[in-house]
Ligand binder design. Structure first.
Ligand code: NAP
Length: 258
């Protein structure tokens, strides 16, 4: 039984990117905390696998096929979630893509593709969720997924970093605009987390990215998807009732901005 402040019984959560990595771990954890979870992903089969895993553990979960870069699809999935449960309390915009290219090699197409998923996809999710939450009048919590890259510079991550910095700006701006509806908006900026996304971007020339990032952390390890899911749970739940417009950094102490 979760601590009362972390108990999400009776709440509905929509999680994008729920087929894999951080989104999957978040969907499973929020369901374990009692929420009815809607698992949405471009990978519809993966989203259904997450939902099924949750149901097998006693959770309430459904899945949705969703391309977050398509506003119409985002609006439809928010509407379906509200129709199914009569409410939407938590929106976690976790879907994202990684892209690597140097500044000099970055094309318009690269920039457009990454911004479409990693920024516009989050914007659409925030807009549609906030509209639904305002209409129902019960407040809510929106959690966006940015990245530790916004605290630093990193080679070949221009498109990704620009999109993630924009997500942080969106988070703060929206928090100032919807707070009067008791809707909180916060961002999570993970460090290096072991997921299929980072597994695909191993830098052999300097040792694996995972080993290098583990050495940089005072905790001596890279993160797991569950480490980030717990940060999302905190921001989604009443445990963070007085927290809005903030950035939580589950990064093993790799970045300590001041
Ligand atoms: P992941 O394992 O690759 O999961 C991302 C999920 O998003 C995948 O299921 C992917 O589906 C889905 N997705 C991609 N494009 C989509 C779209 N247009 N519409 C809907 N779903 C889409 O990656 P992850 O590491 O868990 O990353 C999750 C989030 O955390 C991302 O926003 C990422 O930028 C952020 N993050 C990750 C790290 C890290 O170290 N892992 C660090 C900081 C921030 P497909 O597989 O079919 O593309």
């Amino acid at each position: 039984m979760p601590l009362t402040a972390y108990d999400l019984t009776g709440r509905t959560a929509l999680i994008t990117g729920a087929a894999s990595g951080i989104g999957r771990a978040t969907a499973l954890l929020l369901a374990e905390a009692g929420a009815s979870v809607h698992c949405a992903d471009l990978d519809a089969q993966g989203a259904e696998q997450t939902a099924e895993e949750s149901r097998k553990s006693g959770g309430r979960a459904r899945s949705h096929a969703l391309d977050v870069s398509d506003r119409t699809q985002v609006a439809a999935v928010v509407e379906e979630s509200v129709r199914a449960d009569g409410r939407l309390d938590i929106m976690a915009t976790i879907a994202g893509v990684m892209h690597r290219s140097t500044v000099l090699d970055t094309s318009d197409a690269d920039l457009d593709r990454v911004l479409a998923v990693n920024f516009k996809g989050v914007l659409y999710g925030c807009q549609e969720a906030a509209r639904a939450m305002i209409a129902q009048g019960n407040g809510g919590s929106i959690v966006t997924m940015t990245s530790g890259v916004i605290d630093t510079g990193a080679p070949e991550l221009l498109c990704y970093g620009v999109a993630k910095a924009a997500v942080y700006q969106l988070t703060k701006t929206l928090a100032t605009e919807v707070g009067r509806h008791d809707i909180r908006v916060n961002a999570v900026a993970p460090g290096w987390i072991r997921t299929p996304m980072t597994d695909r971007h191993v830098d052999d020339a300097q040792g694996s990215g995972q080993q290098r990032m583990a050495r940089l952390s005072p905790l001596g390890r890279v993160g797991e998807a569950e480490d980030v899911a717990h940060a999302v749970l905190h921001l989604a739940s009443d445990a963070s009732a007085f927290t809005t417009g903030q950035l939580l950094r589950p990064n093993g102490g790799v970045h300590m901005p001041w």
